[in-house]
Design a protein around this ligand. Sequence first.
Ligand code: PLP
Length: 334
Amino acid sequence: MDFRSDTVTKPTQAMREAMANADVGDDVYGDDPTVNELEQWIASETGFEAAIFTSSGTQANLLALMSHCERGDEYLCGQQAHNYKYEAGGAAVLGSIQPQPIENNPDGTLDFKKLENAIKPDDSHFARTKLLSLENTINGKVLPLEYLSNARKFVNKHNLQLHLDGARVYNAAAALDVPVREIAQHFDSMTICLSKGLGAPIGSLLLGSKEYIVKARRLRKMLGGGMRQAGILAAAGKVALTDHVGQLKVDHENAKKLAIGLSQLEGFSVNPDFVQTNIVFAKLDETVDISRISQELSEEGITITPGNPIRFVTHRDISSEDISTFLDSLSKKL
Ligand SMILES: *Cc1c(COP(=O)(O)O)cnc(C)c1O
């Protein structure tokens, strides 16, 4: 049992078979039928004109930012945004794009007044504000649909582009019980991670207009991301998107069960009502020696990331019974 992340999922037998049997070609020539099919299929599924398959979510976000912004441009994002905080500063380092982070509200949204105040006037002192980048889900929280439509109005008013880091957008759609396109419709571009809860071994997607994806394709090559017989990976991605989406609701139920269980343990503070998807945060009292507990759990084959607050992530390789076993074992160590 590995609670560190939903990136630890392993490819299923069906996925391995799809990979082994994939029809392939040289994707840099545009010749890989499996990649082409995946890109066309996901574009129509989510309501965008075009898509590009990438090696990772980090690469997809970098391509997204660099395709919207030129050197000396700026993007607005959350202080907690993955594409600001957790991607080694790639947009600034490789794109010469200035991030303008804004403190996230507790529900993950960004305040429109604060965003408005951060937009730079057209003056040679300033970087040019070009883009607003949101994230959904963010730390397991789902941005409300109404907030997304207000974000669209906001960017239209201020002549900005709107990007969604949708690494876990399928989790958001499952929690809201809507098709992904209902979230996607508000955005100029969106990423999707195939290698998290959806269970593919490798791969992400970037979506946008035809022209935008042409630009991203050139940048992907520049960044060393042109792949050859990548259909082997795209085949796994297609299985993830067709066969594994239904599992996300189960992951969310398991996270809820975990949160309820943790809330009943001495020294753990967690409000199960705040758990919307597959990520659970708990605050620990000083009495909880989480390093020792983590060590003891690892001897039983249970992996957690010790920390305070502590984060647990549920996924397709953790069952409801596993949650019970884990809670039982944890309670004996307190
Ligand atoms: C994981 C993640 C990414 C990056 O994906 P990698 O495939 O790990 O590079 C981007 N954004 C969010 C919100 C993520 O959770």
